[in-house]
Design a protein around this ligand. Structure first.
Ligand code: SF4
Length: 365
């Protein structure tokens, strides 16, 4: 077997000669040699294998604010990578060259979990992020990377759409420290028509993360003009978040740019992002942000106790810092929710692409 292929465990035989993948609600039923919707899990030798173990579409050191995570080790660098494929089919995908890639044999970089952890440490990263495409579909590799990182005191971040089944979800998040979950809209119709998926499993993931794990969670909502940006939809979503997850889960409203199969809509106006942030705050969300736009006021963090500025941000650049080392407002002492550890990082808004191919070490798994 190709060393990038590893046998997986979340599948079962269906009795009609097919094998069903149980990783996500899509539940692909496969004949021998067939690939699932995500393209990276396939049936081979009567089992489901992951075809991209140890392969990546490239590595980059990013600011943690770019994930986006505003309450998790602010200012720190995060070693970020993705693979290929995706288990949703969003028409507006902003990373479609990766998520819809069929070129898994030419994924640019290869590295063992240990090599990634070593590189993250050498580069001074506090965390490693599975991003650009969804780690749900390469969870075996992501878990091994997360474990190798934890051994070195480096945390693991999942950037995900949360479209995952219960059993693999429980295993996956035992290895993860923080997640940004993309809540793409708040109607079943939007998920069905525009993302080729379902809303309920995503909400189940959010409730699970918030109430049954210690994973730090933030939410991203990409607002698309005329598709998911109405006052009613943003209102219903933020009411649900405040009611079901509580007021302390940060919500990021980010701007859409015409891309992939959705080029017939304009970019999101800044006013729409500001309006959504206002609605969220009115509905009790304490930490609502705007993203993908210049809006220092909407990207900065204000204490929910006294309203004072505690972290100033402009895009990914931090400015004034008024938090104690354990995350309390320097003005009133209120504990700001999140993972804070000493003074802010100084990575700034740089992006640093890195190469760390070590194919010789891949056979060690
Ligand atoms: S992870 Fe991939 S193969 Fe498995 S059910 Fe989801 S889309 Fe299908």
């Amino acid at each position: 077997m190709d060393r990038a292929m590893v046998v997986t465990k979340y599948w079962h035989r269906t009795g009609d000669g097919r094998v069903q993948c149980d990783v996500c609600p899509r539940a692909c039923r496969l004949h021998e040699g067939q690939r699932g919707f995500c393209f990276v899990r396939m049936r081979q030798d009567d089992a489901i294998v992951l075809a991209t173990y140890g392969r990546s579409s490239g590595y980059c050191v990013d600011p943690i604010e770019k994930k986006p995570l505003n309450h998790f080790l602010p200012g720190s660098p995060v070693l970020s990578f993705g693979t290929a494929g995706c288990n949703l089919g969003c028409r507006f995908c902003q990373n479609w060259d990766i998520s819809k890639s069929r070129e898994i044999d030419t994924l640019a970089d290869a590295a063992s979990p240990e090599a990634i952890a070593e590189a993250a440490a050498d580069l001074g990263c506090r965390s490693v992020a599975f991003t650009y495409n969804d780690p749900v579909i390469f969870l075996e590799y992501a878990i091994d990377v997360a474990d190798a990182c934890r051994e070195r005191g480096i945390k693991a971040v999942a950037v995900t759409a949360g479209y995952m089944s219960a059993e693999p979800r429980a295993e996956f998040y035992r290895h993860i420290d923080a997640a940004n979950v993309d809540l793409k809209g708040f109607t079943g119709d939007f998920y069905r028509r525009v993302c080729l998926g379902k809303l309920d499993p995503v909400l189940e993931t959010l409730v699970y993360l918030k109430h049954q794990t210690d994973v730090w969670v933030e939410i991203t909502n990409l607002l698309i003009p005329g598709a998911n940006d109405s006052d009613a939809e943003v209102g219903a979503m933020t009411e649900w978040v405040a009611g079901q997850l509580g007021p302390d889960v940060p919500v990021h409203f980010t701007a859409f740019h015409p891309d992939f199969k959705m080029r017939d809509r304009p970019p999101t106006p800044p006013q729409t992002l500001a309006r959504a942030r206002r609605i969220a705050r009115d509905n009790g969300i304490r930490y609502a942000y705007t993203g993908n736009t210049h809006d220092a006021a909407g990207q900065s963090t204000y204490c929910h106790g006294c309203g004072g500025l505690v972290i100033e941000r402009d895009w990914y650049q931090l400015g004034a810092w008024r938090l104690t080392s354990d995350g309390r407002c320097a003005g009133c002492g209120t504990l700001v929710p999140g993972v804070f550890d000493g003074p802010p990082g100084t990575w700034g808004q740089r992006r640093l692409p890195v190469r760390l191919a070590s194919p010789a070490r891949l056979g060690q798994r």
